[in-house]
Design a protein around this ligand. Structure first.
Ligand code: ZN
Length: 361
C-alpha cells in the first residue's frame, strides 16, 4: 500500500459507508485509485431487482412489478426482497394460491410504516388523530410543489398513531426551496388542524416539529435558502454518527447564531401560516375528511381528492389493484390552490444528504 512497490496483479477492494471520514492517506494516488459509488437503485433498477426476487414466487395476473417499483422509492435491494417475502407470508396466511398486488402493497406498508397494532384509544383521541392526519393529507394534496398523498390512516402503525403517506411521482435527487417550504408547511399542518378541529394542540406533533426544524436548519445553514444567504455554517464532518443525522459542530459566532435562529423561526412561522390559510380556507373539507377517517380509518388518494372536491366518497374499500388508471390526479387541485397563493421561485440546490423527510408524517 505504499504506492511505490510494483505489486502488479494484486487488486484490493474495500467498501465503506462513511467516505467522508476516510484518512486522506488511503486516497493518495497509487492506493485506492478508483471509486465506485453504489447508490440505492432507481425505479428501473428496483423493477429489475423485483423481477429477480419474484422469479420463484407464484405471482397473480394482477401483479405489476413496474407499478410496485414506482411505489417503493428509496428502497434497497434487501428491502425489496423483504417486500416480496413478507407478501408471500401474507398470502400464505390467508390461503391465497398466488401473491396478489394487494399482498405486495400491504407488505410494502408494513415495511415502510411498521405493522398495524391495536391500541385502546378514547373517541376524543381518535378524533384528534383524525384531524391531525387530515391536516397533513390536505396540505400534501393542495401544495403544488410537494408529493401528493398516497394514503392516510388513523390505524396506529409502529410508533405512530396515524400516518399520511406520500410517494413522489418519480425518484427525486434535487430538492428546491419551494419543495422544502411546502414540506415544512405540510409537517406543521397536523398541529394546525388539531387546533381547528378540537380546539387544542397535542404532544403527538412533536416529531413533525422536530423534522420541520431540522429541515429549516439545513435550508439556512447549508443550502443557502434563508435570508442569511449562501453560507455553510456548522461543520458536518464530526466523528459522531447519530442515526442518519450527522452532528453539526458549531463554527460561527454568537451573533450569527442569533441570526440563524431568527432565520429558522421565519421559515417555520411563514410555513405554519401557509398551512393555516390552506386549512381555514377549506375548513368544511377538513371536517369532512376527519369524519371520513373516523368512519373508514384509511383513505386513498382518489378519496382524498373526492372529499376536497366536495363529492361523496365512492368506495371505502381498498382498491384491489393499484394502477395508474385508478389513481386520480391531484394536479388539477394543486393548480387551483396555486392561484391566489404567493408564487415562490424554486431555487434548486445540490443535494448530497439523504432526504430528511421520510414518506410518512
Ligand atoms: Zn403528524
Amino acid at each position: 500500500m505504499d504506492g511505490f512497490e510494483p505489486n502488479s496483479g494484486v487488486v484490493l477492494i474495500a467498501a465503506t459507508n462513511r467516505p467522508d471520514v476516510l484518512d486522506p492517506a488511503l486516497l493518495r494516488p497509487g492506493r485506492f485509485d478508483r471509486h465506485v459509488t453504489v447508490d440505492r437503485p432507481d425505479v428501473k433498477g428496483r423493477e429489475q431487482i423485483l423481477q429477480i426476487k419474484a422469479t420463484d414466487k407464484p405471482l397473480a395476473e394482477c401483479v405489476d412489478l413496474k407499478t410496485l417499483a414506482r411505489l417503493t422509492p428509496g428502497m434497497s435491494g434487501a428491502d425489496l426482497e423483504n417486500v416480496v417475502n413478507e407478501a408471500a407470508l401474507l398470502a400464505a396466511r390467508e390461503d391465497h394460491k398466488q401473491i396478489t398486488m394487494s399482498d405486495l402493497e400491504r407488505s410494502r406498508d408494513r415495511i415502510v410504516m411498521g405493522s398495524e397494532h391495536q391500541l385502546i384509544m378514547s373517541e376524543e383521541e381518535r378524533r384528534t388523530v383524525a384531524y391531525h392526519e387530515s391536516g397533513h393529507a390536505m396540505t400534501a394534496a393542495l401544495i403544488p410543489e410537494i408529493d401528493s398523498p398516497h394514503s392516510v390512516t388513523i390505524i396506529p402503525r409502529g410508533q405512530a398513531l396515524g400516518i399520511t403517506y406520500a410517494i413522489p411521482e418519480e425518484d427525486q435527487y434535487l430538492y428546491s426551496e419551494a419543495w422544502c417550504r411546502g414540506q415544512i408547511a405540510c409537517l406543521l399542518a397536523g398541529q394546525v388542524a388539531e387546533r381547528l378541529g378540537v380546539g387544542d394542540t397535542f404532544n403527538g406533533a412533536g416529531d413533525d416539529i422536530k423534522r420541520a426544524t431540522e429541515l429549516a436548519r439545513h435550508m439556512v445553514c447549508g443550502w443557502g435558502m434563508g435570508e442569511l444567504g449562501p453560507l455553510a455554517l456548522g461543520n458536518q464532518e464530526g466523528e459522531v454518527f447519530l442515526g442518519r443525522e450527522l452532528t453539526r459542530k458549531r463554527d460561527y459566532s454568537n451573533k450569527t447564531a442569533v441570526k440563524v435562529d431568527e432565520d429558522i423561526r421565519r421559515i417555520l412561522d411563514s410555513s405554519r401560516q401557509r398551512a393555516e390559510s390552506i386549512l381555514t380556507e377549506r375548513e368544511d373539507a377538513l371536517h369532512r375528511m376527519a369524519e371520513a377517517l373516523l368512519e373508514h380509518e384509511t383513505l386513498y388518494r382518489d378519496q382524498v381528492v373526492r372529499l376536497l372536491e366536495g363529492k361523496p366518497l365512492e368506495s371505502p374499500a381498498r382498491p384491489e389493484v393499484h394502477t395508474e388508471e385508478n389513481e386520480m390526479d391531484t394536479a388539477g387541485l394543486k393548480e387551483e390552490a396555486r392561484t391566489g397563493e404567493e408564487e415562490k421561485t424554486p431555487a434548486p440546490a445540490p443535494f448530497k444528504e439523504p432526504p430528511l423527510a421520510a414518506p410518512g408524517v
